[in-house]
Design a protein around this ligand. Structure first.
Ligand code: DGY
Length: 328
């Protein structure tokens, strides 16, 4: 007798090819409009389905997980970061969690470089001049930025994305430094020509550019707090394509306003879409709406990972990208 197909609820619109493939394989409920689900809708999905496919906009905490039904077995996250899911509670309730690592590494690293260049070379200011039709011609002293070649880049979090940033920045002539929970293996460190700093404080004080590439966990919350931001050189720049919670956004805003930090490039914010309004006013700050992984190729590959995770689970095996609390 053929096995009943798993019932899968997807919380957001996904690229069409991904939705089509999901529908071919599973008994899937797709989202009609592209808005996040309400908490009640999420609770209903957890009660009724076998598998939930959420995104980083869906906060799946212990309160919600307590409402999960007997059937709920897998949360196959569409995304790499799982800071919005209480992975430990899910595990206690026998619900597996998987994610989509690897496929958004290069896109996110590309965007990190784009932010570094946008801030140091003042690209948005140049764009504004052109859009306002204010350009009066080339001038030796107009819109002078700083050369990235030769600058010291301090990467905070040297996982897949941090290493991809290092490779790119190195090609731009930057000197690579990093701080990470664990030091890289010597052969990896050598290949990246990267210098490891055991002390984050000491690294911060000596860098020209800081790139935040660590995940958001309780131990990285406000890792760049007011005290550490104060250690940065006044000519220093910080970029963040990871999670907003790693930087104290109010302290950063204050210090850029007072000239204690030269600029910032941010793709993520401490309070989601509630961006500090003062940040928007600063010419030396480049803000993007969380688009580090926003390529069609990347978003399709994320969908393919979700499908492989669900399919492997449906076939009675552990999803290849299972996330367990010890990994966080
Ligand atoms: C993720 O997958 O966690 C990324 O932040 C999405 O861009």
């Amino acid at each position: 007798m053929p096995r009943e197909r798993l019932s899968v609820v997807v919380t957001r619109r996904l690229p069409e090819v991904v939705e089509t493939r999901l529908s071919e394989l599973f008994n899937v409920r797709l989202r009609d409009d592209d808005t996040p689900m309400s908490r009640d809708e999420l609770a209903a999905a957890l009660r009724e389905a076998d598998v939930l496919v959420p995104t980083l906009n869906d906060r799946i905490d212990a309160g919600l997980l307590a409402q999960a039904g007997e059937r709920m077995r897998l949360i196959a996250n569409y995304g790499a970061g799982v800071d919005h899911i209480d992975v430990a509670t899910a595990r206690q309730r026998g619900i597996l969690v998987s994610n989509t690592p690897g496929v958004l590494t290069d896109d996110t690293a590309d965007m990190t470089m784009a932010l570094i260049l946008a801030v140091t070379r003042r690209i948005p200011e140049g764009l504004a001049v052109m859009q306002k039709n204010e350009w009066t011609g080339w001038a030796p002293t107009a819109l002078l930025g700083g050369r990235v070649g030769g600058r010291r880049l301090g990467i905070l979090g040297m996982g897949r994305i941090g290493q991809a940033v290092a490779r790119r920045a190195s090609a731009f002539g930057m000197q690579i430094h990093y701080h990470n929970r664990r030091r890289l293996r010597p052969e990896v460190e050598d290949a990246l020509e990267a210098t490891w700093w055991d002390s984050l404080d000491q690294m911060i004080a000596r860098m020209d550019v800081i790139s935040v590439n660590c995940p958001s966990t309780p131990s990285t919350f406000h890792l760049m707090n007011a005290r550490r931001l104060k250690l940065m050189k006044p000519t220093g720049v910080i970029v963040n394509t990871s999670r907003g919670e790693v930087i104290d956004e109010n302290a950063l805003t204050r210090m850029i306003r007072t000239g204690e930090i030269a600029g910032a490039g941010l793709d993520v914010y401490e309070h989601g879409t509630q961006v500090n309004p003062r940040l928007r006013e600063l010419p030396n700050v480049v803000l993007l709406p969380h688009m580090g992984s926003a390529t069609l190729e990347g978003r399709i590959e994320m969908g393919e990972k979700v499908i492989i995770n669900i399919k492997t689970f449906a076939d009675g095996h552990r999803p290849p990208d299972q996330v367990v609390p010890a990994m966080l």
